[in-house]
Design a protein around this ligand. Structure first.
Ligand code: ARG
Length: 459
């Protein structure tokens, strides 16, 4: 079959080139958006007097039939069909004859392809938005359930200060909340109608871009035709949102893997989210958080890939831009499945309070509490730091915990501690006493959870 654009050529396309050039194997994903865009375009053409009502009807019917046939698998494409735009247009001409030859009036594949991608991404972003909201809700539920469960807080993966599981989960809530907001921003910039930019410079044929924007549900219309066909910023933004989202998902997955290890035993990952070993009968491995952590790499790769494609491209459309799609489709699939699976895994995770509490006996978690208690008795903080450092050394040498200290032992540690009282060094006391805004105190975590629910109500 000769291509619709081939009349100026003397020779057939090289076989290998034909396959190399084709994007149909992956851009067939866009068939629904392509047809939706074509129907809106034809509707506009009819309104502007370029098609009769009868012609419009034939085109709409023809396109709808093609959509059904693609959906049912009756219509299959090969690389010979080049891309989804040529494939559908050729099929339409085959099905309805010469009227089909009018569809591409005042349109180029350059604005057509970016229209399809914008329509596709808007739909996907709406779904991803809901999935992210689901993850945020699950974090809030789990934080509520665990806001009093004590665990060691870490810096450098060393015991630092007592915190609660709820507080720890709410830290992730904030990170994913910002991801949700980034997604909203990206959606806004995607929500612009590119149709009517044509090849790069607009058209001499009277069209109405604001009308197609309305038909297709775009908030606004792009401003400059040349920019419109060369711009892939919104895809980069989406890949960048996705990369950061995966970074956050990967960090929490990493913690789940650690916490699930025998050395920690902070959590029990549900059987449904683990796999066994082909040789070691006792094994229950956290493959799912590992896979999520692993898949983060490919999403970063897609972002770097597209940024590299864009670097150095002259205006306006260049075929390099066809390389945006596989990256985008794979990212969409990866972040959706990773987020949905993680959410379900989180819902079904058991936090092992007694094991966590047991771990807290090690590592002098209340050292800063003790120093702060001395500050409140009038000693300069730097001196308190030094004194508590000595107390820790003393405890280590005598195999004691800070809770074992008495006022007598304080004197043995340093004379400057004479007359100083000791605070309640229980883990519960440490948590409760924290009164700064945003702290791990259950009261503050409750406030954080409430403001989280409030946010989810209006986004
Ligand atoms: N298949 C192309 C893409 O994915 C469509 C645009 C082709 N435009 C062109 N003038 N060759 O980007």
């Amino acid at each position: 079959m000769k291509n619709l654009w081939s009349s100026r050529f003397k020779k057939e396309m090289n076989q290998m080139v034909e396959e190399f050039n084709a994007s149909i194997t992956f851009d067939k994903t866009l068939y629904r958006q392509d047809i939706r865009g074509s129907i809106a375009h034809a509707t506009m053409l009819q309104k502007m007097g370029h098609l009769s009502p009868h012609e419009l009807e034939a085109i709409v019917k023809g396109l709808s039939d093609i959509e059904k046939k693609i959906a049912s698998g009756e219509l299959l494409f090969t690389y010979k069909d080049e891309d989804i735009h040529m494939a559908i247009e050729s099929q339409l001409i085959k099905d309805i004859g010469d009227t089909g030859r009018k569809l591409h009036t005042a349109r180029s594949r350059n604005d057509q392809v970016i229209l399809d991608v914008r329509l596709y991404l808007k739909e996907e972003m709406e779904e991803i938005f809901e999935i992210l909201k689901g993850l945020l809700e699950t974090l809030l539920h789990q934080a509520e359930a665990t806001k009093e469960i004590l665990m060691p807080g870490f810096t450098h993966l060393q015991h630092a200060q007592p915190v609660t599981v709820g507080f720890h989960l709410m830290a992730y809530f904030q990170q994913f909340k910002r991801d949700l907001m980034r997604l909203q921003g990206c959606y806004e910039r995607t929500d612009e109608n590119p149709l009517g930019a044509c090849a790069l410079a607009g058209t001499t044929i009277p069209i109405d871009r604001h009308y197609t924007a309305k038909l297709l549900g775009f908030k606004t219309v792009t401003e400059n035709a040349m920019d419109t066909v060369s711009d892939r910023d919104f895809i980069v933004e989406f890949l960048s949102f996705s990369s950061l989202f995966m970074a956050h998902l990967s960090r929490i997955s990493e913690e789940f893997i650690l916490w699930n290890a025998q050395e920690f035993s902070f959590i029990e990952i549900d059987d449904g989210f683990c796999t066994g070993s082909s040789i070691m009968p006792q094994k229950k491995n956290p493959d799912i958080p590992e896979l999520i952590r692993g898949k983060t790499g490919r999403v970063y790769g897609h972002l770097m890939g597209l940024l590299t494609v864009l670097k150095g491209l002259p205006m306006a459309f260049n075929k390099d831009l066809q390389e945006d799609k596989e990256a985008l489709f794979d990212t969409v699939k990866t972040i959706k499945t990773s987020a949905m699976i993680f959410t379900e895994m989180l819902e079904n995770t058991v936090f092992k309070a007694p094991d966590m509490k047991k771990h807290m006996e090690k590592g002098f978690l209340q050292a800063t509490d003790l120093a702060e208690h001395l500050v409140l008795q009038g000693i300069p903080f730097r001196t308190c730091h030094e004194l508590v450092g000595k107390a820790v050394k003393y405890c280590e040498e005598h195999d004691l915990t800070l809770e074992d200290l008495t006022e007598e032992s304080l004197l043995l540690i340093d004379q400057r501690l004479a007359g100083m009282s000791l605070p309640d060094l229980s883990m519960e006391g440490s948590i409760e006493r924290r009164n700064s805004y945003g702290s791990t105190a259950p009261k503050d975590v409750e406030r954080q959870i409430a403001s989280g629910w409030e946010l989810l109500r209006y986004v």
